[in-house]
Design a binder for this molecule. Structure first.
Ligand SMILES: C[S@@+](CC[C@H](N)C(=O)[O-])C[C@H]1O[C@@H](n2cnc3c(N)ncnc32)[C@H](O)[C@@H]1O
Length: 194
């Protein structure tokens, strides 16, 4: 195993009955950027098993609306508010997403299944990132925000530069809760301008 699986965040998630250790990532991002506010129409791409959904549904309460998308099912009974779930591949459910109206915030914690061949994994994740950005540009309101997981590679700069054409502020963020050996970073694109 390449990393210590049961680390501090894994144990903390278990202790608090969270669905995934990744809940600490959205918590860390939100603390810094205050993305999750009442009344949002929010889209969570790659939402299963639902750690991020647990966090956002608790923060939004009954205000706003949450749409989740994933290849894997979620257990809707684990969330404090109702979740509108689209069970499918983001490359195939574009129309279903668009039918939900425009979003104030799009979150993506999507990552591809690892093949163990690092250049293939980086390429697969790059394709997912491009699709997430494309979904963002089709479905985000002007003034809306995008937060997307990516893996640092030679193409990181291209994705960041591209997003700078459409958003007022684009930052990349490395989280404390990301495993030390991981190349994972988050792109935070704020205030869509065109
Ligand atoms: C790291 S997990 C997300 C964890 C989630 N944020 C949470 O807090 O529970 C990545 C998810 O991306 C999903 N995924 C990967 N490729 C996808 C695709 N093409 N379409 C939809 N979901 C995808 C996987 O099924 C997996 O559930």
């Amino acid at each position: 195993m390449g990393y210590l699986r049961k680390d501090f965040y894994y144990n903390a998630a278990k202790k608090h009955n969270f669905l995934a250790r990744s809940i600490f990532k959205i918590q860390e991002i939100d603390k810094q950027f205050q993305l999750i506010k009442p009344n949002l129409n929010l889209l969570d791409l790659g939402c299963s098993p639902g750690g991020w959904l647990q966090y956002v549904s608790k923060k939004l309460g009954n205000s706003g609306n949450i749409v989740g998308v994933d290849l894997k099912a979620i257990d809707k009974s684990r969330f404090s508010t109702s979740i509108d779930f689209i069970h499918g591949n983001i490359f195939e459910v574009g129309q279903e997403i668009s039918n939900k109206g425009l979003f104030d915030l799009i979150l993506s914690d999507i990552s591809s299944k690892l093949t163990g061949i690092s250049c293939a994994d980086l390429y697969n994740n790059f394709c997912l990132n491009r699709e997430v950005i494309s979904i963002g540009l089709k479905n985000l309101k002007i003034g809306g925000n995008l937060c997307m997981k990516m893996f640092e590679s030679a193409k990181t700069r291209q994705l960041l530069c591209f997003c700078r054409l459409y958003f007022q502020t684009v930052r990349q963020l490395r989280l404390k809760s990301t495993r030390r050996e991981s190349a994972e970073i988050y792109l935070i694109a704020l205030n869509r301008i065109i």
